[in-house]
Design a protein around this ligand. Sequence first.
Ligand SMILES: Cc1cc2nc3c(=O)[nH]c(=O)nc-3n(C[C@H](O)[C@H](O)[C@H](O)COP(=O)(O)OP(=O)(O)OC[C@H]3O[C@@H](n4cnc5c(N)ncnc54)[C@H](O)[C@@H]3O)c2cc1C
Length: 333
Amino acid sequence: MSEVLIVGQGLAGTVLAWELERAGIACVIADAGHEQAASRVAAGVLNPVTGQRIVKSWRVDILLPIAREAYRAMEKELGLPLWRDVRVRRLYLDDRERTVLAEKQAKGVLGDYIGGADEEGFWIEGAGSLDLPALLIAARARWKAAGVLREERVDFAKALNEFELVIDCTGASGGPFGFVPWAFSKGQILHLDLQDRLEPDVVLNRGYWLLPMGERRAKAGATHEPARTDLAPTPDARAELAKGVSDMNLGDYTITAHEAGVRSYLADRRPAVGRHPGNPRLGVLNGLGAKGTLFAPALAQQWVRHLVEGMPFEAEVDVARYWKGQTGLRRPQ
Ligand SMILES: Cc1cc2nc3c(=O)[nH]c(=O)nc-3n(C[C@H](O)[C@H](O)[C@H](O)COP(=O)(O)OP(=O)(O)OC[C@H]3O[C@@H](n4cnc5c(N)ncnc54)[C@H](O)[C@@H]3O)c2cc1C
């Protein structure tokens, strides 16, 4: 029986397979095609300070250097640019945000991530942007050439007959971890062609973000539509995002594409990693929410330490935190 099967080659599956490979652990990766992948449409922005309350992302001081090192190593080995260090120019939406920033700065809770503030907004330092579509395509080609990538939809019950360990990296698609209260949020983004050039390594943020993609091109996003799991781009979201872009006062622009994806997340906003307490031959790395770029490498490294050294998963992210000793394990799908 072979060792490890990773189901799903979105960001989670790609980074996990990469880290297992780096550690010399043989694995097979299966993906049904990226049409359903949130990673296909995600902007890949890693912003250390986010939200209306202007807070540091959970464990960002530890997770950000791990992520940056991992993506840099990937781009070196794959021989293509994937990671950009960027700054975020956050423009105040209202006076409340101005006050919140001043309070946080006075308490010193945002560390070195704030690079300065003025009347219109402030700068966030240390951010990054990962070219997720390029990573997915290059990694897929590499593993296909190596004969370890299967283009198929996996039936988890059958896969357990063939592999010692089957790790669910299926994002919002739904795998065998039925005891976990997964939540879902649809997100939509626009691709833009602007009239003026943008500063290449500055992400604008004013309620929505705008990521420069070279020359006059940019991506703008994203909506958060809880409990929606369809992938249809909608006129309402298009109008909402277009207004968000117009409010940034960038001049005229054309919308060249409009895409949607679905994030999976958990109510505590922590991801889920680890083994199924009812069937330890099933594993998971999922629930990355809106911070997959930040979370995925450190979680994949937890899997490596677990498999190589027998280390337990950290309780705060261990999927077992949702296990209440359910009997009658939900049938793997
Ligand atoms: C509009 C939008 C913008 C976003 N922007 C950002 C951002 O700027 N920064 C950030 O960090 N995050 C962002 N995110 C979140 C990010 O997309 C996710 O955190 C991350 O991509 C999730 O990756 P994943 O691998 O878990 O899931 P997915 O990318 O959805 O991948 C799951 C894969 O599993 C495959 N699959 C499913 N079931 C099976 C099966 N049974 N057999 C075989 N294969 C299967 C699917 O085909 C798919 O390829 C955004 C999300 C959206 C929707």
